[in-house]
Ligand binder design. Structure first.
Ligand code: ARG
Length: 586
């Protein structure tokens, strides 16, 4: 189905064509001046240059053609040649009814037939999840749902960090603590020898300890580097040990992500790319791209018109170890083989921009993916504390994700009145959803590339652009529909006149697909968050201004009930795209 502005554009395009002008001039957008009109078309200004005519001449002719259409209540020309449009109540209602009966709720399937692999989350084994992983998970999950709603086959991969130096650090630390473990001995047999289980508590303590030690103890640091290379090149004991603690860590990460309603189709690790490194190397060699540089192997990716320095990509270091770029490129080989995606979207901190630019260039030179497949880095900004600096714990450390979620939960819990809940469990469940919704919405309402300030107290407020406000709106509608003595009709009565507040609400509901298209094309969930907020705020005004259950005129009352139900349907659709769960009472 077409978006609302696209549908209106069709009428305008036809009018331009009927007047003998290029129909492409008929694009309609939301008005910049909502005080004057709802929609506008500025095509006459462009047409003026094309046809060497004054814009008002073109606009007036087009207005004449549009004036009698029943879809518009008002069509006017404003100097120097704007076409101002106000839609008719009956057309607005019929359009919204159509979005209700449409199986996709009126969302255009602009990614139909496309396979999109979304690389998000990017948690690291044995290291605590921090707020950088929070943003990736929240934004990535939403982008994945948006892509799927646009018709794509959307595949999420957590791309677990299980191949870097942290692995060597953990291995060496465990070796010091448990030298008797069979995995450390020369004659380790992966078929027979068992690896002792490591608890998540121990694992969480081992990494920070080893990391701190490596900074002051050069021997330990060298040993950890060596262990990392050995792991990557297939040391059987280290492999077996790493597999064991990776599983423990993964289970823990899964739990935290589940709390955020984040789920991946695949949990491939960087290590799974290991087996594709030889293929990557032969591909790069075949294309004559691999160069020696002080014992390392590199690929030059700079271009003549680069304005900033573009260093070569290091594929193998002189000690033979793989680095981040090697892994990402080998992962492309793997993804091509397993999925052959049309797109790979990387939802990763924008500070990694150079890395992605380098590897994307390298992939283009080497042709790792199918012709026409595209990689995109969907970078995001930093989450800052109220002081405008990267968010920290009170003692200045990196805030861990679990702590952040627990703090949000406690604050949410204390904001909920026990009298409103059947029992304490119900109140706790609500606090959980409310806290997660608040944290997520606060992130998603900002364009992903921007930094933003994280402020618990503001996020939990039931006013303004907050997750709490969205949930609150949904509970209001739910309770209103439950209190109604009659069922809400499925669709609106297109002959029913509308109040100003009803009209605003309907416009916000009709406009969802326009926001959706922007969210898809810009890979930006903030448009979805914005659309949900717009509906919530229009609903508040409607709820405040118009009688609903107490309206005596049956026709109006029924129509308002239908409007409530349609509003709720759209709100649930949007919150689901944001991966935010709603509640019944608050
Ligand atoms: N594990 C990495 C980190 O914590 C993020 C991985 C992002 N994805 C990728 N394909 N490089 O920074």
């Amino acid at each position: 189905m077409k978006t609302f502005t696209d549908t209106l554009s069709d009428f305008c395009r036809k009018a331009f064509a009927d007047c003998g002008y290029d129909e492409n001039l008929g694009t309609v957008t939301e008005s910049d001046r909502p005080d004057i009109c709802e929609f506008q078309c500025n095509g006459a200004m462009k047409g003026a240059k094309l046809y060497k005519l004054p814009p008002f001449k073109i606009a007036s002719a087009v207005v004449e053609k549009l004036k009698d259409r029943k879809e518009f209540e008002k069509v006017e020309m404003a100097m120097p040649g704007f076409i101002n449009l106000t839609v008719s109540a009956s057309f607005l209602a019929s359009y919204v009814n159509e979005t209700h009966t449409n199986p996709e709720l009126g969302m255009p399937k602009i990614l139909e037939g496309k396979k999109v692999l979304i690389d998000y989350g990017g948690p690291n084994v044995a290291k605590a999840l921090h707020i950088g992983h929070l943003r990736s998970a929240i934004i990535g999950e939403s982008i994945k749902r948006i892509a799927a709603a646009a018709g794509a086959e959307a595949i999420g991969d957590a791309h677990l960090g299980d191949w870097g130096l942290q692995m060597g650090l953990v291995i060496m630390e465990l070796k010091e603590r448990h030298p008797e473990w069979r995995c450390f001995s020369e004659d380790f047999d992966p078929e027979k020898d068992e690896i002792p289980q490591i608890s998540i508590e121990e694992l969480n303590e081992v990494y920070p300890h080893a990391s701190a030690k490596s900074k002051v103890d050069p021997d330990f640091s060298a040993a950890a580097h060596e262990a990392t290379v050995l792991l990557q090149t297939g040391h059987p004991g280290y492999r077996a040990l790493a597999r064991t603690f990776t599983e423990v860590s993964k289970a823990d990460i899964r739990n935290i992500y589940a709390r955020l309603h984040v789920d991946f189709e695949y949990w491939f690790g960087e290590s799974d790319a290991g087996e594709y490194v030889p293929e990557l190397l032969s591909l790069l060699t075949e294309k004559g791209l691999l160069e020696d540089s002080d014992g390392a192997k590199v690929v030059q990716v700079s271009k003549d018109d680069d304005t900033a320095p573009m260093p070569p990509v290091i594929i193998k270091k002189s000690d033979g170890s793989n680095i981040y770029a090697t892994t990402d490129l080998a992962t492309m080989v793997q993804r091509k083989k397993l999925f052959d995606p049309d797109y790979i979207w990387y939802v990763v901190d924008k500070r990694q921009g150079l890395h992605f630019e380098q590897i994307f260039r390298c992939q283009e030179l080497a042709g790792i993916l199918s012709q026409g497949s595209r990689c995109e880095h969907l970078g995001f900004g930093t989450m800052n504390g109220p002081d405008g600096k990267p968010f920290k714990t009170r003692d200045g450390g990196v805030m861990q994700l679990t702590d952040l979620l627990n703090t949000a939960y406690e604050k949410a819990l204390s904001s909920l009145d026990p009298a409103k809940f059947e029992n304490e469990n119900a109140r706790r469940r609500t606090a959980d959803k409310l806290s997660v919704a608040s944290v997520k919405f606060a992130d998603l309402i900002n364009n992903r590339s921007k930094d933003y300030i994280f402020d618990f107290d503001r996020f939990l407020s039931c006013e303004g652009k907050t997750g709490a406000y969205l949930l609150y709106t949904v509970t209001r509608i739910t309770s209103l529909l439950a209190r109604s003595a009659e069922p809400a009709p499925d669709t609106l009565d297109s002959n029913c006149p509308l109040t100003g507040a009803e009209r605003e609400l309907l416009l916000s509901v009709a406009g969802v697909a326009d926001f959706f298209v922007k969210a898809v094309t810009e890979r930006a969930p903030n448009y979805i968050a914005e659309a949900a907020y717009k509906i919530a705020s229009a609903f508040s005004t409607f709820y405040h201004d118009d009688r609903i259950l107490t309206e005596e005129d049956e026709k109006k009352r029924k129509n308002r009930l239908a409007l409530c139900a349609l509003t709720k349907e759209k709100m649930l659709f949007l919150t689901d795209l944001l991966a935010i769960e709603t509640v019944d009472v608050m």
